[in-house]
Design a protein around this ligand. Structure first.
Ligand code: CP
Length: 313
């Protein structure tokens, strides 16, 4: 039984193993090979307690493309409304013969709790503001494919670092692979504490722009803010929106990525989001390959040892 709960607990070798496996699936996809039979006979369940477009659908597609059956659990129409707990819900689904649970929940640590209670593999698809490991992996795969390496690059995560699970997974993954990471945003959303882990912080996008290789533009997560947001959307866009004028002050080969959903005109303008430096939709394609790699490595690949991921092609 193996789980993927976060990038914090993976070694650089394990991260590279997942990326290399995803690369195989991505290249096959580009050659028109979408369907595999590696997970025939396996069953995955998507246990999402928060909304999702990219993660949920790409996990479903990834499992189906590998030949697995998929159960798409709907929290809204489930017996949670009758008082059943998340753990009991998951244990009942597991009793139906599930091999992997993909879970997203607003409470940090929910995947870890399920991993203690279940025998099948548990994959974290986002737990509160804690981690979103497959997003971190697909971001890093996109960087590696576009720029040919990760080591030695300067990657800026711009925006709502305080509430971003994507930021945390990016930080763990990028640091382990040798990138220099800058977290940048308003002081209300960027903690100096990351400095202790070797991450640079900045409150000025304009100051860091000329020295970054990659900009990862994060959404302001209003749904996780309990007080009136500061700065306002208008103030944020003025100081941090990636627009044509700012793009002109970056390195020539700058790579722009964003986990999505994007708010056009807030963290990025439409011309930049759809422009030649943007890999935003390529990230989504890479996301399916990453999730295929994770599902296969965790549930089926040969020669694995227990947790978190131990297998290579
Ligand atoms: N990036 C991401 O997690 O998107 P979704 O919320 O649509 O899954």
């Amino acid at each position: 039984r193996r789980d993927l709960l976060g990038l914090e607990e993976l070694s650089a070798e394990e991260i590279v193993c997942i990326l290399d496996t995803a690369e195989v699936f991505r290249r096959a996809f580009d050659q028109g090979i979408k369907k595999w039979s590696l997970l025939t006979g396996k069953t995955c369940v998507n246990l999402f307690f928060e909304n999702s477009t990219r993660t949920r659908n790409s996990f479903s597609l990834a499992a189906r493309r590998l030949g697995a059956d998929v159960v798409d659990f709907s929290a809204a129409t489930s017996s949670l409304s009758k008082g059943e707990t998340v753990v009991d819900t998951a244990r009942n689904l597991e009793a139906m013969g599930i091999d992997a649970v993909v879970v997203r929940h607003s409470t940090p640590g929910t995947p870890h709790l399920l991993a203690k209670s279940l025998r099948c593999s548990v994959i974290n698809a986002g737990d509160g503001a804690h981690e979103h490991p497959t997003q971190g992996l697909l971001d890093i795969l996109t960087i590696r494919r576009r720029l040919g390496r990760v080591e030695g690059l300067t990657v800026a995560l711009v925006g709502d670092i305080a509430h971003s699970r994507t930021a945390r997974s990016n930080i763990w993954g990028l640091k382990k692979l040798g990138a220099h990471v800058i977290v940048c945003g308003p002081s209300t959303l960027v903690s100096r504490d990351w400095e202790k882990l070797g991450v640079e912080y900045s409150y000025s996008l304009d100051e860091i722009l000329p020295r970054v290789d990659v900009l990862n533009l994060l959404r302001i997560q209003f749904e996780r803010q309990t007080r009136r947001p500061f700065p306002s959307v208008r103030e944020y866009a003025l100081l941090y929106a990636m627009n044509a004028e700012r793009l002109a002050r970056t390195k020539p080969g700058i790579l722009i990525i964003a986990p999505g959903p994007i708010n056009r005109g807030v963290e990025v303008t439409a011309d930049v989001a759809d422009g030649e430096h943007s890999a935003i939709l390529d990230q989504v394609t890479n996301g399916v390959a990453v999730r295929m790699a994770v599902l296969w490595l965790l549930t089926s690949a040969p020669d694995q040892k227990r947790s978190p991921v131990k297998a290579c092609l």
